[in-house]
Design a protein around this ligand. Structure first.
Ligand code: SF4
Length: 179
């Protein structure tokens, strides 16, 4: 599949934008880990896709090293208010669902890679880490851009994608890193 075909497929799947960057253009900053440690989302030390379970910032960055291209998929959704966490979560869940579906199609075509979705792994209704039980699907636990300590705003700028989308709009990113 050519780059153009893949980007077109992503738009057909319903993403607002899609772009591709060389993986070596992605920037990481271990200092960003402190935002996960603040645990405002409540997943730190609970969801297995999140720190500290997922790995140190250095280990996360090393995971991206074998790949050459970073496919970036973006959804921009409308919300009545940034206070409405339920509506924001609905946009994020729909974005992740589309991301999983597209990544599954790419894998079927032989494009193996590393998935990063928006927010913590949500394959299970409640992550078993909250009960101290083992992960139910350890073969793939997608971590989010924040867990990778990736500089997301810089990534969006490099890819020519909007990051702050203005009042009433939220933006979510997924990445799929491939050869
Ligand atoms: S697969 Fe389930 S148990 Fe494992 S990290 Fe994801 S949500 Fe948690």
């Amino acid at each position: 599949m050519t780059e153009q075909e893949l980007l077109r497929l992503a738009e057909q799947e319903g993403f607002t934008h899609a772009a591709v960057l060389p993986v070596d253009q992605l920037e990481f900053d271990p200092e960003l880990r402190k935002y996960c440690e603040e645990n405002l989302c409540g997943n730190y030390g609970k969801n297995y896709s999140c720190p500290p379970f997922c790995g140190t910032p250095e280990e996360m960055r090393d995971r991206t090293a074998p790949y050459r291209r970073a496919w970036i998929f973006q959804t921009i959704g409308e919300v009545a208010s940034w206070e409405d966490s339920g509506q924001i979560k609905a946009v994020r869940d729909a974005h992740n669902q589309k991301s999983r579906s597209l990544i599954q199609q790419l894998r079927k075509q032989g494009m193996d890679g590393l998935a990063m979705l928006a927010g913590p792994c949500s394959s299970c209704e409640v992550c078993s880490g909250f009960q101290g039980q083992p992960c139910r699907h350890p073969e793939e636990v997608p971590s989010c851009i924040s867990a990778y300590c990736m500089k997301a705003e810089k990534m969006a700028a490099d890819a020519g994608l909007p990051y702050w989308c203005g009042p009433g709009k939220v933006a979510f990113f997924s990445l799929y890193l491939t050869d």
